[in-house]
Write a protein that binds this ligand. Structure first.
Ligand SMILES: [Fe+2]
Ligand SMILES: [Fe+2]
Length: 208
């Protein structure tokens, strides 16, 4: 239930997501991949793409935190917590890759976090089948987005590719788990609104 303790914990989680480095519980997917020579333009492009994906993971953290805050049934919460832990891995992987490419994370991450948190908390209030439905649709859209990102990466950037491929597998699994736990299919206009909303984030984070 929503109470002041949970709000304080959520606020603390938010600050940590934005300010402290994330640690991965799993090995980084590109750990065994040799880094290849990239030109300055290619590095710049790869860093910008990874910045977008990092911002996406900031949003994922916030959505999950928001949803877990208002989700009612303990089983739904457990599903959300497990997926959220893997999103922390994604955050660590993308952050390290941005660093290696000489880039920086988006300056707008606090804004993406706040917006996604509010959205997650609101969805959680609608009840678990919609909460999980929103989660499943988000994960499906992220999976599609990552497929597009894999096409745009410089072909020889095998390290970023290894990271994105593992993330894509994880997101697909998160969607399946949500469906297995009773996710409702969202109405088409809601799906479209989600697509348009995430487009604002992905286009802006590419530059800022
Ligand atoms: Fe993720
Ligand atoms: Fe996910």
């Amino acid at each position: 239930m929503l109470n002041i303790d949970n709000l304080i914990i959520a606020f603390d989680n938010g600050l940590r997501t934005l300010l402290a480095p994330a640690y991965s519980a799993r090995p980084h997917p590109d750990a065994g991949v040799a880094s290849s020579e990239l030109g300055a333009d290619e590095k710049h492009l790869a860093a910008a793409l990874m910045r977008v994906n990092h911002s996406g993971e900031i949003c994922a953290q916030a959505l999950y935190q928001g949803q877990a805050l208002t989700a009612r049934n303990p089983e739904a919460r457990a599903v959300l917590d497990q997926a959220a832990a893997e999103e922390t891995d994604h955050l660590a992987w993308t952050a390290r890759r941005i660093d290696e490419l000489g880039g920086r994370v988006s300056l707008l991450n606090p804004l993406w976090y706040a917006g996604s948190f509010a959205l997650g908390a609101a969805t959680g209030l609608l009840g678990d089948k919609w909460n999980l439905g929103f989660l499943a649709e988000t994960e499906r859209q992220v999976e599609g987005h990552l497929a597009g990102q894999l096409d745009r990466l410089p072909p020889q950037d095998e390290k970023s590719r290894a990271v994105l491929e593992q993330m894509k597998d994880d997101e697909a699994r998160h969607a399946r788990t949500a469906i297995e736990h009773g996710a409702a299919e969202l109405p088409a206009p809601v799906k479209l609104a989600m697509k348009l909303g995430s487009r604002v984030m992905t286009r802006t984070s590419f530059w800022i």
